[in-house]
Write a protein that binds this ligand. Structure first.
Ligand code: UFG
Length: 342
């Protein structure tokens, strides 16, 4: 039997891809998810890809009694990847308390249980949002953090601080925080991918829905930034490549190859692409035109950010592999499967 890993938020977008990659190298994966932003079908589709059905427990991590009962039941868990969190920037501005409660208390409950049930290894989903608009590019892990632009972003910054403080007193605890840049794309089988509820906030789901005719027009938020074509720059990372970084991080923790007990890694490609470049690359990769217009800037957007991935490449031994073009094509194939487009 493989070593057991808990994936919270394992039916979500990044979580589901990570479950598949963990299973591919022999881990026995258990998922906790409350399905607040995902669907139980994802478990079936994970099984279709890997041939293995992960154990799945449906509950909210704010329920400490349920979480304790869970750890009593699954006593072989050696490591946890904690994805489960709310993640919509705009919604977090409207509902700050809901974001702080959900994202912070669930992390604290996990940490309490790790101490109580003697589980040492944690991979935490962090975000490049902790850097804000950095003064220097690309950003390294040591680039000073800036005040968060949103309650959502602040939950990631505070979570990193909580982890820093808890590692100091729980001497058994080892944490790797992965700071994701912009995850996009879908599994090559098109069986799992991103499932935005309602109107997508993120660029690539909006592009694929526009290409599929569900949205009339993509709004490109601003072309007067200080960038080559005037649109914002981000580091778009393929979701399967990102999932693989978690497997490497888990191996690193379990095999004790981490140098200190609290490490951070930028998980990006190192390449900054503009919004217009994403639209053009999507059109070239898929042969489908995207109807778009330039509109005003979106409040709160940073102008440009992309990763220095040297530490992830050398210390973690992970590197992004998939081209932007293949990644955008995978996003389109996923959208086509969802909408039954031939
Ligand atoms: N954009 C558009 N039109 C859209 C949607 C997005 O032009 O309809 C632009 C944005 O202005 C931005 C770029 O596309 O320049 C990327 O926007 P996303 O919303 O896809 O991603 P963000 O970089 O804004 O947000 C991501 C994560 C957040 C995280 C943030 C940290 O989705 O969870 O990075 O910077 F907080």
């Amino acid at each position: 039997m493989g070593r057991q890993v808990l994936v919270t938020g394992g039916t979500g977008y990044i979580g589901s891809h990570t479950v598949v990659e963990l299973q591919a190298v022999g881990f026995d994966v258990v998922i906790i998810d409350d399905l607040s932003n995902s669907s139980a079908d994802v478990v079936d589709n994970i099984e279709k890809i890997s041939g293995i059905r992960p154990a799945f427990e449906e509950f909210n991590l704010l329920d400490l009694a349920k979480l304790e009962a869970f750890f009593e039941k699954y006593s072989r868990i050696e490591a946890i990847i904690h994805f489960a969190a709310f993640k919509a920037v705009g919604e977090s501005v409207a509902k700050p308390l809901s974001y702080y409660r959900n994202n912070l208390v669930s992390l604290m409950n996990i940490l309490d249980c790790m101490s109580k049930y003697k589980i040492s290894n944690l991979v935490f989903s962090s975000s490049c949002t902790v850097y804000g608009q950095p003064d220097q590019l690309p950003v390294t892990e040591n680039t000073p953090k800036k005040d968060a632009e949103s309650p959502y972003g602040n939950t990631k910054a505070i979570s990193e601080e909580i982890l820093r403080d808890v590692v100091k007193v729980n001497n058994a605890l080892k944490v790797i925080a992965l700071r994701y840049f912009n995850p996009i794309g879908a599994h090559p089988t098109s069986l799992i991918g991103e499932l935005p509820r309602g109107v997508p906030n993120n660029l690539v789901p909006f592009i694929t829905q526009t290409a599929a005719g569900i949205r009339q027009q993509l709004s490109v938020f601003g072309n007067d930034y200080n960038t080559e074509d005037g649109s914002c720059i981000r580091d778009y990372i393929n979701v399967v490549d990102l999932a693989k970084a978690h497997v490497i991080a888990i191996d690193r923790l379990i095999n004790n190859t981490n140098d200190d007990r609290h490490e951070f890694f930028n998980v990006g490609t190192g390449y900054g692409a503009s919004v217009l470049e994403i639209v053009n690359t999507f059109e070239e990769a898929t042969g489908v035109k995207v109807n778009y217009k330039i509109v005003d800037r979106r409040p709160g957007d940073v102008e440009k950010i992309y990763a220095d991935t040297t530490i992830a490449n050398t210390v973690l031994g992970w590197k992004a592999e998939t081209s932007l073009s293949d990644t955008l094509l995978s996003a389109w194939n996923w959208e086509k499967r969802l909408r039954n487009i031939g």
